[in-house]
Design a protein around this ligand. Sequence first.
Ligand code: PLP
Length: 388
Amino acid sequence: MTTEDLARVEARKPSVRPNNPRFSSGPCAKPPAFALEKLSGAPLGRSHRAAVGKDRLKAAIDGTRAVLNIPGDYRIGIVPASDTGAVEMAMWTMLGERRCEMLAWESFGAGWVTDAVKQLKLDAEVKTAEYGEIVDLSTVDTDNDVVFTWNGTTSGVRVPHGDWIKADRAGLTICDATSAAFAQDLPWDKLDVTTFSWQKVLGGEAAHGMIVLSPRAVERLESYTPAWPLPKIFRLTKGGKLIEGIFKGETINTPSMLAVEDYLLALDWAQSVGGLAGLMDRADANAGVIADFCAENDWIANLAEDPATRSNTSVCLKFTDPGITDGAAFAKAVAKRLEAEGVAYDIGAYRDAPPGLRIWCGGTVETSDIQALMPWIEWTYHAERAAL
Ligand SMILES: Cc1ncc(COP(=O)(O)O)c(C=O)c1O
């Protein structure tokens, strides 16, 4: 670019920056109400098995049930190793009893497929779709066990509804809902195992996973013993009976009480914005700003082909300008410039996904910040285009 070109680009720079440039898809932005001092009541240096610790863990379980409207007869447990730990725990304890379908349309789902096929060595039926698309859910037989991701964080493609899951199914549905829970309506009657982590939609800390079990999942755990050995951190039963304590806050191993306190703060904030309905509205409004922006600009588009499958949390975008020859280099340069300007952190597409941007729209992100970001994306696109 010539000096004049540079001057012209600088002159068009937007004047308003997002207040919070944190648009990462995990760990996600802390709730607007967050302040470190608010965690000072955490029972640090105390045993998590003492009443004070157990009460906080139980409050985390009860608060989760309240915000997510989880049925009273579903068990909710806090387990090790974040969402990954919770998904692995479900697969290793429950799969193998019957035929299994593994569905994937992005990187994390693909990881669960690998574990089922290569580690557990299950003769699973694998159904995959390219980034931006979704598996034909009408082909899924829920008399088989089914493992799937509700919201594909790395493609921004989500399951539109649970109609494809039979009410009277014989199999279990095992759903990684980590970037959907607290932003999308999860049909609990259709989900037997649901997992998520605190670091995603509520902007909590990465450490622990949540596992939600339907009565049918508990039945499976109590009636089926897998052929493979189970490490202690996956074990949910003892002597063929569910370890009920896990679902009252008696965690399998030691949790971080600081992370628990942080999650409780996030749950309180969630209630203050109207609970699940309020969280969904916030995410919808955020994603709506980006949808409008894409509709107004012919050089950028949502990676998700079908509008019904477009995520309202991990919104993935691609540059569609045919003049861009090296898409990966272009998207990287845009993300880098936005970060250097202090306008948006961590919005490059996931490493295994097609090149582009990924903007987190979960409820902890303020709509005014997404609005402020859009002119910056436009400016950066033109600046990088001019530099080609
Ligand atoms: C769909 C999905 N599954 C699993 C994970 C892994 O989550 P964690 O790192 O909390 O275990 C992520 C993280 O981004 C994810 O998006």
